[in-house]
Design a protein around this ligand. Structure first.
Ligand SMILES: Nc1nc2c(ncn2[C@@H]2O[C@H](COP(=O)(O)OP(=O)(O)OP(=O)(O)O)[C@@H](O)[C@H]2O)c(=O)[nH]1
Ligand SMILES: [Mg+2]
Length: 439
């Protein structure tokens, strides 16, 4: 039975002009609204009808196709109608106004997907994957979010869930037979089961972390002293004239942001002002921004001017990639240093090594056809699940069956929040409100 029966409508195509514009209607009145608008006597299910669309004064507003998907065989699980008219801003809004007057109401952002989820057509992970497909910043991200949408990630979660439920059954039944409880809880089989559970958790967590990087991309700050060649390196990586380059120290003052794709990963590159002591208040502001970017970024490209001796500047912070630029005019003391990449931004030499180092840094060497997209929310829930499982293991060692069972129950709840088996309204509101209208 569809979860909600009021009828919603929205323009599903982007604002602006195009050959075709689509209005989507979902709910109990979708069918009758479609008949009134088109003047047709009946709509064949999943059939493209050519029709004219009239307003209440019987004036023709537009003509196009009308398609009817009968509940429950539709995206939302309710009756759905799609009206394909001409993709003009005004004509689309006239059509939508008519649909509203015939009894629908405006859909909230993400409400179609929310209904699909509430009617169990998709789980929460799949609903999020729809938004990820739309927002994908690289071809790999599209393919990976399609895999999440098709259920690859949900399958991992359900595998853990299955193991968790089996374990709970064992532990709970041991509690029900107290005379055998201690023996049972110290049983090798149970220990094996828990370590299998832990292993599956670890593996899923690892894959999920990759999925988050792919869905959300990473940010890379380019920092260093004035004139080191930061902007030159930015231009090499974007393969464009993104930032101004000059031999005047302090050329870049504002933060320059550019989106690129590196080895399939959506990357935001951030070029910053050269960091040094200065009295100039404007430059000072630029440097403050640079320092902030350095802290916020996932990866830092630390560019050093190879024309001067830079041995003391090499930074072994884990998120730093140390780059010695101006390899063409290298200071003798800079030769053969360890853990640095030598480049000449001016001659576009060594740039591929920088790209490789970035891929290594975010640990994405194993991006492959099994990668799915995921979100930070999923990682947080997996970590909560994992901590409850670890606690359950501990309690078992103390032969505390009841406490262990309780931890396993909490683990299951935490896991269920990922796919939405067990979710608060707040969480749902937060997820779906970030969708675009008509999705
Ligand atoms: N010889 C040589 N010169 C370079 C190289 N890369 C950059 N330069 C020069 O170094 C100077 C500074 O380059 P920028 O890219 O503007 O340096 P920056 O670090 O962005 O400087 P600020 O924005 O002022 O902090 C320019 O004159 C560049 O042409 C290189 O590989 N070799
Ligand atoms: Mg610069």
């Amino acid at each position: 039975m569809p979860h909600n029966s009021d009828t919603i409508a929205a323009i599903a195509t982007p604002a602006g002009t195009g050959g075709v514009g689509i209005i989507r209607i979902s709910g109990g009145d979708a069918h009758s609204i479609a008949l009134s608008l088109s003047g047709l006597n009946q709509l064949k299910v999943r059939h493209a009808h050519l029709a004219t669309f009239k307003n209440q004064q019987q004036q023709i507003i537009d003509s196009g196709l009308i398609l009817y998907f009968q509940a429950p065989a539709s995206f939302t699980g309710e009756d759905v109608v799609e009206i394909q008219g001409h993709g003009g801003h005004v004509v689309m809004n006239m059509l939508l106004k008519e649909v509203i007057q015939l009894g629908a109401r405006m859909a909230r952002p993400g409400e179609f997907s929310e209904r699909a989820y509430l009617n169990e057509k998709i789980d929460l992970v799949q609903a999020e994957a729809i938004a990820d497909v739309i927002a994908s910043g690289s071809e790999q991200a599209v393919l990976a979010s399609q895999r999440s949408l098709q259920g690859a990630f949900s399958k991992h979660i359900n595998q853990i869930l299955q193991l968790l439920i089996e374990t709970r059954v064992w532990v709970e039944s041991a509690i029900d037979f107290p005379e055998e409880e201690i023996d049972f809880l110290s049983d090798e089989n149970l220990k094996n089961q828990l370590s299998k559970l832990n292993q599956t958790m670890q593996e899923t967590l690892r894959k999920t972390q990759t999925g988050v990087v792919l869905a959300q991309g990473i940010s890379i700050a380019i920092i260093g002293k004035p004139n080191a060649g930061k902007s030159s390196l930015l231009n090499c990586l974007t393969e464009e004239d993104s930032a101004i380059i000059s031999d005047v120290a302090g050329t870049t003052r504002d933060v320059v942001k550019e989106d690129v794709v590196i080895a399939g990963i959506p990357v935001r590159l951030i070029d910053t002002a050269g960091i040094h002591e200065t009295e100039n208040p404007i430059e000072r502001q630029g440097i403050d921004r640079a320092l902030k970017m350095k802290d916020q970024a996932d990866v830092v490209l630390h560019v050093m001017d190879g024309q001067t001796s830079v041995k003391d500047q090499i930074n072994d912070n884990a998120k730093y990639i140390n780059i010695i630029n101006k390899n063409d005019v290298l200071h003798p003391e800079n030769q053969n240093l360890e853990n640095v990449i030598y480049v000449s931004a001016k001659n576009q030499q060594g740039i591929d090594q920088v790209r490789d180092a970035i891929v290594q840094q975010v640990n994405l060497g194993k991006l492959n056809e099994n990668t799915f997209t995921a979100r930070q929310r999923h990682i947080e829930q997996l970590k909560i699940t994992q901590s409850h499982i670890e606690e359950a293991e501990q309690q078992l060692q103390f032969n505390q069956g009841e406490l262990s069972a309780e931890e396993l129950r909490l683990a299951q709840n935490a896991l269920n929040e990922i796919t939405g088996e067990f979710s608060s309204d707040d969480l749902l509101g937060e997820i779906f409100s970030s969708f675009c209208i008509g999705k």
